[in-house]
Design a binder for this molecule. Structure first.
Ligand SMILES: [Ca+2]
Ligand SMILES: [Ca+2]
Length: 237
């Protein structure tokens, strides 16, 4: 007579060990995510000038740890100033406005910084002959060398009412480790231009979009695959 069949064990000691290893792997993947996520979401500084004083010749102002100095004929303006007939460029908030002038930006502590992007527009709105054709941007690096970029304005008069007149301009990665950066209107007779939302110490949007961040799902799948491999190896031995 054949001996009675013995009930198969519901679990194997090596399976318990494997599950412990699997849980450890998942915990490690989760911990790694919690470390990397804040770095990926570091917020840049955006100079929006929304609380800056209006008036001619402000000289310099400080916002969020950065000093902005004007030189030449220039002033601050909220959108829709009566000075711009019929309308100033308007993004719905206060911004810098310059005529034949430059704005220089530097960190008040002397720290080096990155220029990522800014919003720019032409002005004065009713007379194209007064507008700047381009915004000329010169960054000075720590060692004294310079990087230069020119951004062409679209010359569209869609400021007040119909829509936002400002264009968003992106800087290349060359505009890093800067001690200062200067914005100047060029190409026209009076070179009126406006600035707003100067983004500092953040990744340029183009670069940020191409930076791949591991997704939680892929890391967990990796951990599960490793765990499954361990189980199959143990059962085969
Ligand atoms: Ca603003
Ligand atoms: Ca425009």
């Amino acid at each position: 007579m054949a001996p009675p069949l013995q009930a198969a064990p519901t679990s194997h000691p090596t399976d318990d060990l494997t599950m412990t290893a699997l849980k450890t792997l998942i915990a490690a993947a989760t911990a790694a995510l919690s470390l990397t996520a804040p770095l990926a979401m570091a917020a840049p500084t955006v100079l929006d000038f929304n609380t800056a004083p209006t008036g001619y010749g402000f000289g310099s102002l400080v916002e969020d740890g950065f000093k902005v100095t004007g030189s030449g004929s220039y002033f601050l303006s909220s959108g829709g100033s009566s000075y711009c007939s019929p309308a100033c460029p308007n993004d719905g908030s206060r911004h810098l406005l310059a005529q034949g002038a430059s704005f220089a930006v530097s960190d008040t502590t002397g720290a080096l910084f990155t220029l990522s992007s800014f919003d720019g527009a032409e002005a004065h709105m009713d007379r194209q002959s007064l507008w700047a054709k381009q915004i000329h941007v010169v960054g000075t690096k720590a060692g004294g060398s310079t990087v230069v970029a020119d951004f062409t304005l679209d010359w569209l008069q869609d400021g007040d009412g119909a829509g936002v007149d400002f264009q968003n301009f992106q800087l290349s990665a060359d505009f890093s480790n800067l001690s200062s950066v200067v914005f100047t209107g060029i190409g026209g007779s009076n070179n009126w231009f406006t600035l707003d939302n100067i983004q500092l110490n953040g990744l340029p949007l183009a670069a940020a979009a191409s930076t791949t961040v591991p997704e939680p799902g892929s890391l967990l799948l990796c951990a599960l695959a490793l765990g499954g491999l361990a189980i199959s190896r143990r059962r085969a031995s």
